[in-house]
Design a protein around this ligand. Structure first.
Ligand code: HEM
Ligand SMILES: [Ca+2]
Length: 755
């Protein structure tokens, strides 16, 4: 039981923190929309979470400085009381001493968010000041509300050849019923993930925290300060230096002998379903400019720029007196209690096609046509594309080569994503037309939900049945229960209400980024006869969309063929030139972008990942303290390379450690990455009440016969059905040397059995 003195101390710290965060907002410089191209742009809800996180971070620091960390347990209890209390009891709880009147703070928000609302409405009444993130100050360009406003239907009609009409008039962002016992939650997977776990309604929802595999972080102050010191006491090496020394592919790129580039592309599409970790924003909700090496003090404490070595081949010094840094903004702090900094996932963590359907109820509305269950399409080129987003200020290409609106904001990060976005939109609409024909009386919502359920089931099956077996060894697939059962084997019995499907920070910030080493510099185009139509350069196309408008080159279909018919890069420590030098680069302006590998490593430190060696016992490897002991997990060459940058094995960053481990026989990755990835996909499977092979009480799943229908689904057939040029296709979709079959020999999904 917390006494009144402590209660007062905690409340005072909260108010002091609120004032200090508020006034920091007033002086924080920011950059105009679009000036800093980014893939990690926070939406309105994340900005709200950031405000709360920032206040709690400052309040934590104030309390710890005065009373030590011991007070945090009591402090969290006080916060819980405040969050739980309605406005009347909040007021009663000895807040008389403060100037705040909490009468009209909404009961549904947390205490800090409520205070924020209150201040905003007060500022509004007084006619000024107090913009601030989270409220109405979101960036105009890219958050959900912005997109909703501008995609009101007319964009999709393009050159007049509208495939579907889009009378989006009074779309609402209404979420599902609050109560998880409402029968709606028996039938429908919510967009955010809400009530997927009925006992823990918000678990693994969009805009909730990531998990920590070891329950701890590496922050030097135990709270949020980035690890910057070797165990020897020296400074840790710059992550650009590490990238140069360990991850530069040099002049002889290694191509995979057996895996095609599509495996890379589907991997990224999976990432964009389950993880979107937004970056911190400036006071007005726009991007922070963390380009200069001094930005942590001159711009924001949420800047963490990466110094480039003075002899860097690409990121040369700005001038003879100014060093070059590679910009990096810290992932936004979404801590919701006193204590350590916490990052959030802005997408629904579940494997539920968020990149098609969106992760918030409003965002879901932006991609729907609200007619006959169909999703919106842009058909101005004579072939389907996702609806255009003319006001996307993050998009580098302009009229007429607009970027697009899809369930995930990063759909235009590079052109290789667009064939997949388009194929899945087309597949949804293809099934919707079939459903409408069979059930003419069904309304838009009924058709949409029916098709979405089938789409997610197909997608889950493809991930577990086709994608993961090309990545992980049979042993990991078996040990982590990742193999779908065969037709006739009945439902999967592994659903576990205690399993938290949420993304682990280790998976998001390191392990699943292995895919960055799979990406080629050149993205090929091939025609149906497998004739080359040239290639485009990745480094020249980040957040540019003109490639998919190249009609004479076959639009996106020849790009899809290129992905299928060319090799991925080998999964190894090396990354291609554009990945290491040109991410977000403005065409023609060298060094205006970032090094994604240096960013990966720094992101790991930013989110507080522990060094590589700390994870070894978790993943079943021996604990080590000397370089020699690593020789069974690393080749001699990789070990020697590691020694050139790290003073001690205990310093090795997780990303570098996992991509440098010797791959397991039969898989593409070493033991640590394999474990972290397998663990995550187990959580996504056994922690998802709506996983397609399940039969769970009070949940309308598929019958055993229907599950078998899904188990026969092949990604190849989805490509066949939704492209004009593909008539023969791989028997093994991700195998570079696969035998070919006629599309007509692969059965289509037996939709009639699913009603
Ligand atoms: C051409 C290919 C790719 C490009 C240009 C690309 C680019 C990026 C960028 C810019 C980020 C944000 C980095 C940060 O700020 O921390 C990112 C994050 C990430 N990438 Fe990639 N990526 C590519 C392919 C892949 C692939 C193939 C995978 C997986 C197989 C993957 C997995 C991830 C994951 C898990 C994240 C973290 C996402 C988040 O936290 O929101 N990426 N990528
Ligand atoms: Ca998702």
């Amino acid at each position: 039981q917390v006494n009144d003195t402590t209660r007062k101390i905690v409340q005072d710290a909260l108010f002091e923190a609120l004032n200090s965060v508020d006034s920091a907002f007033q002086s924080e410089p920011s950059v105009a929309d679009g000036a800093i191209v980014s893939s990690q742009i926070a939406n309105a809800e994340s900005k709200q979470a950031q405000f709360t996180g920032d206040v709690l971070e400052v309040a934590t620091q104030l309390l710890v400085k005065k009373y030590g960390v011991g007070i945090l347990i009591d402090a969290n209890q006080v916060l819980e009381e405040l969050n739980a209390g309605d406005s009347a009891s909040r007021k009663k709880r000895s807040l008389e001493s403060s100037e705040e009147d909490l009468d009209d703070v909404s009961e549904s928000t947390s205490f800090v968010a409520g205070l924020r609302q209150k201040r905003q409405s007060r500022d509004k009444r007084q006619g000024g000041g107090g913009g601030g993130r989270g409220g109405d100050g979101g960036r105009g360009g890219n958050d959900q509300d912005g997109r909703k406003k501008r995609d009101s239907g007319e964009n999709t009609s393009g050159g007049g050849k509208t495939e579907y009409s889009n009378p989006v008039s009074n779309q609402t962002c209404k979420g599902p019923p609050k109560s998880c016992s409402d029968p709606v939650h028996d039938r429908i997977r919510s967009i955010t993930g809400y009530c997927n776990n009925r006992a823990k309604a918000t678990q693994a929802n969009s805009v909730t925290a990531v998990r920590r595999l070891l329950g701890t972080t590496s922050y030097t102050d135990g709270l949020g300060a980035i690890r910057n010191t070797s165990v020897t006491g020296a400074a840790l090496p710059s992550t650009r230096l590490i990238s140069n020394k360990l991850h530069d592919e040099g002049s002889t790129p290694n191509f995979s002998p057996s895996v095609n580039h599509l495996h890379m592309q589907i991997g990224q599409f999976i990432a964009h379903d389950i993880i979107f970790m937004p970056s911190s924003t400036a006071k007005d909700g726009s991007s922070l400019n963390c380009t200069s090496c001094s930005s942590p003090t001159t711009v924001s404490s949420n800047c963490a720029p990466i110094p480039a070595p003075s002899d860097d081949k690409y990121f040369k010094p700005v001038s003879s007196t100014e060093a070059r840094c590679i910009r990096l903004t810290r992932a936004l702090n979404g801590q919701s209690g006193f204590g350590v900094r916490t990052q959030i996932d802005q997408n629904s963590h579940y494997l539920d096609m968020s990149s098609v359907y969106g992760s918030s109820d409003c965002e879901a509305g932006t991609v729907r046509s609200f007619s006959n269950g169909l999703l919106k399409v842009y058909s101005g080129m004579g072939y389907a594309l996702p609806p255009q987003a003319p006001n996307d200020t993050n998009c580098q290409s302009t009229n007429p080569y607009y970027c697009f609106t899809a369930g995930d904001f990063r759909n235009c990060l590079h052109p290789g994503l667009l064939p997949l976005h388009t194929v899945f939109i087309k597949e949804h609409n293809r099934l919707a037309v079939m459903v409408k024909a069979r059930q003419p009386s069904w309304n838009d919502e009924q058709i949409y939900q029916f098709v979405r359920r089938v789409m997610v089931a197909q997608w889950q099956h493809i991930v577990y049945n086709e994608y993961l077996p090309k990545l992980l060894t049979d042993k990991y697939l078996t040990d982590f229960n990742l193999k779908p059962l065969k037709p006739g084997q009945g439902p999967f019995k592994g659903y576990d209400t205690n399993m938290n499907a949420a993304l682990s920070a280790e998976f998001a910030a390191s392990a699943f980024r292995f895919g960055h080493s799979q990406s080629r510099q050149d993205f090929a185009r091939q025609d149906a006869a497998n004739k080359s139509l040239g290639a485009y350069d990745l480094g020249y196309n980040i957040f540019y969309s003109d490639q998919v408008y190249q009609k004479t080159l076959g639009g996106w279909e020849t790009m899809l063929m290129g992905l299928i018919k060319t090799a991925a890069m080998q999964v190894d420590r090396y990354a291609s030139f554009p990945i290491r030098n040109q991410l977000f680069e403005i065409r023609g302006k060298n060094a205006s972008g970032v090094d994604l590998i240096a960013v990966n490593i720094m992101r790991g430190r930013d989110v507080g990942l522990l060094p590589y060696v700390k994870y070894r016992s978790l993943v079943g490897l021996s604990t080590i303290s000397t370089w020699n002991e690593l020789s069974s997990t690393f080749s001699a060459a990789n070990l020697a390379a590691l020694k050139t940058v790290y003073a001690d094995p205990a310093d090795i960053d997780l990303f570098s450690g996992i991509v440098m481990e010797t791959p397991l026989a039969g898989g593409q990755l070493g033991p640590t990455a394999s474990w972290i990835i397998a663990e995550q996909f187990r959580a996504l499977k056994t922690g998802d009440r709506f996983y397609y092979e399940n039969q769970v009480t009070n949940t309308v799943g598929f019958t055993p016969d229907q599950i078998d229908v899904i188990r026969r689904v092949k990604l190849a057939k989805i490509f066949c059905q939704n492209t004009d040029i593909i008539t023969t296709i791989n028997t093994d979709m991700f195998d570079l040397n696969s035998s070919q079959v006629a599309c007509s020999s692969i059965p289509d999904i037996d939709l009639n059995k699913l009603f």
